[in-house]
Design a protein around this ligand. Structure first.
Ligand SMILES: *[C@@H]1O[C@H](CO)[C@@H](O)[C@H](O)[C@H]1NC(C)=O
Ligand SMILES: *[C@@H]1O[C@H](CO)[C@@H](O)[C@H](O)[C@H]1NC(C)=O
Ligand SMILES: *[C@@H]1O[C@H](CO)[C@@H](O)[C@H](O)[C@H]1NC(C)=O
Ligand SMILES: *[C@@H]1O[C@H](CO)[C@@H](O)[C@H](O)[C@H]1NC(C)=O
Length: 533
């Protein structure tokens, strides 16, 4: 691997290393914490930061779609397919699906254009029922490559919390796993909000060391040395400040230890996080997307690079909560294999086309006969997607969000400043009795997203986000029983698939082997979800 992203890793050899467990798949149980409400006792609305858009519009809307036409041409596909076969032979020998090309991830802003064109993934005959391989274009999308998207509010998404312990002995905290940002942070004991959050105390950990940066490289610092500054500001004006250390993360009740990972200790947070359950956040986007000097390596990257996983997969199987109470959701994340617990059928793969995000191309987005995007896409209706476990809803480019909501019976866009998300839909959307009463021909139809040739859908009931919490009629143009739509306006360049989508599917993130060079994301249908199409 190139030293550019492994500065932190190179330094690890000086840390006390604990025995590495044998390769295995790892399962994390998640406790989904309910949201308590939208409205204060005095009737004003709480502004949940987690409902904000997480990404700033860094990469503007002008996208060279002509270039992509060529990307998707048959010539490109053929070339990739041939090389896929070469890859397959290699894979068979090594028993892994890893790439032939190592060290592709450059520094921040580095382009990986040459790589994606060269090697495809194994197509057929792969185990785990993975019979589909979607060739969604074979050239790297430079526009994705330069998005250094900062999560706007990683502290407060719809919280699927995972127990992770830090340090030695382990201090267990409830963490959000976030595929939309790279860094990991926890509350330091000197931080914020009193007893509302558990913190990580580095003084209690035998394996903790501060991290400093020497000649651009992150290295462990002798005790007494100040840790490198951590200062991540978000577009809303919120920020996480603190310092960076290195310590062990342990999953699965401390059994699966990953040593020497960078960890930010937050000493100051601005923006509202006081009501959130989470004690911190573990980023799972690519570490090379960080803006922190010295680089970053995510827990998932480290597990993959160090050969700690059977396969370099992370499967998210997130289970939605009860519609009435908002409780009893959960599900699990599994590192190391395609989790088939609730998987129905095959996983459909899409090549990841962004250096930093779990992002690529869809082939179509539609609601019944209304096509929101297809083919090459265009400037207002692009075909890019990005999967983000740290975002609550689905965000579409404004033109698409408007068209999609227009298909939902009774939708309304409020201009109330008190409401965090403008698109509202009737809270009963998707309920059998309600749908049956709608005028014939106006019954709601499901949103469908096609990856390659395989269509996946959002159950109609999940057009509603927070069905338990109607927006006051005063903020909804006088309409009663209106709730947040699960489809909101986001950036103009891609559709962001947040938890509203993820909780209805099996989502697999594949690093493409220890070299992390052939990432792809897979979607599978669920046995426990009732789809309408
Ligand atoms: C803890 O959270 C509660 C509920 O959101 C909030 O009212 C309270 O102010 C918080 N306490 C601190 C010290 O931030
Ligand atoms: C690590 O750095 C922080 C912030 O500079 C400092 O307060 C702390 O004492 C340092 N810890 C160690 C073990 O040196
Ligand atoms: C941290 O927060 C406190 C309280 O809001 C503030 O007084 C202090 O200046 C902040 N420190 C930094 C370094 O931002
Ligand atoms: C962009 O794509 C959408 C969806 O396919 C389509 O309805 C629209 O007409 C296209 N716009 C242009 C300018 O071609």
């Amino acid at each position: 691997m190139k030293a550019t992203i492994c500065g932190a890793l190179l330094a690890l050899s000086t840390l006390p290393l604990l025995p590495t467990p044998a390769s295995a798949s790892r399962t994390l149980k998640i406790s989904h914490q309910p949201i308590e409400g939208l409205v204060n006792e005095d009737g004003s609305i709480i502004h949940y930061d987690f409902l904000n858009q997480r990404f700033t519009e860094q990469e503007a809307s002008e996208i060279d779609f002509r270039r992509r036409k060529r990307d998707l041409s048959g010539a490109g596909s053929k070339r990739s397919q041939r090389e896929c076969r070469d890859t397959k032979q290699q894979s068979d020998k090594s028993g892994r699906h890893h790439s032939l090309i190592g060290g592709v991830l450059g520094g921040v802003g580095g382009l990986v254009g040459g790589v994606l064109g060269g090697v495809g993934h194994v197509v057929d005959g792969v185990k785990d029922g993975l019979t589909h391989y979607v060739e969604n274009g074979w050239m790297h999308d430079h526009k994705f490559g330069i998005v250094i998207a900062k999560a706007e509010n990683e502290a407060a998404d719809n919280e699927f919390l995972v127990d992770v312990s830090f340090g030695t002995p382990g201090q267990t905290l409830q963490m959000v796993l976030d595929t939309g940002s790279p860094e990991a942070w926890v509350y330091s004991p000197v931080c914020c909000y009193g007893n509302n959050h558990s913190s990580f105390d580095p003084a209690q950990s035998l394996t903790y060391l501060n991290r400093t940066v020497v000649d651009g490289k992150a290295v462990p610092a002798p005790p007494g040395t100040p840790g490198q500054d951590f200062n991540v500001a978000y577009s809303s004006g919120s920020a996480t400040r603190g310092y960076v250390g290195l310590d062990t993360f342990a999953f699965e009740k401390g059994k699966f230890r990953v040593d020497g990972l960078p960890l930010a200790l937050a000493t100051n947070l601005t923006g509202s996080r006081r009501g959130r359950q989470m004690d911190g956040l573990i980023g799972l986007a690519t570490g090379s997307g960080t803006q922190v000097p010295g680089g970053w390596t995510t827990a998932f990257e480290a597990m993959s690079q160090r050969g700690m996983l059977d396969e370099t997969y992370l499967t998210a199987t997130l289970v939605k909560s009860d519609r009435k109470t908002g409780r009893n959701g959960g599900g699990q994340y599994v590192f190391g294999e395609v989790d088939k617990t609730l998987l129905k059928g095959d996983v459909t793969w899409s090549k990841v086309l962004s250096a930093f995000f779990w992002a690529g191309y869809v082939s179509k987005i539609n609601i019944d006969g209304l096509v929101l995007a297809e083919g090459q896409g265009n400037a207002t209706n692009p075909i890019r997607f990005l999967v983000d476990t740290g975002s609550a809803t689905i965000s579409m480019p404004p033109v698409m969000a408007k068209a999609a909501n227009a298909q939902i019976y009774g939708s309304y866009k409020t201009d109330s400043k008190k409401v965090q998300l403008p698109w509202l839909v009737p809270c009963d959307t998707g309920l059998k009795k309600y749908e049956a009463k709608l005028p014939k021909g106006q019954r709601n139809k499901a949103l469908e997203i096609t990856f390659g040739t395989e269509a996946f859908s959002l159950p109609i009931e999940d057009y509603v986000f927070f069905p338990q919490y109607p927006v006051p009629a005063s903020e909804a143009g006088g309409r009663e029983n209106m709730c947040y739509s699960a489809i909101q306006e986001g950036l103009s360049s891609f559709t962001l698939l947040g938890l509203s989508w993820i909780k209805n599917h099996v989502v697999v993130f594949d690093q493409g082997g220890p070299s992390l060079s052939e990432r792809r994301v897979g979607f599978g249908k669920r046995r426990d979800v009732k789809y309408d199409v």
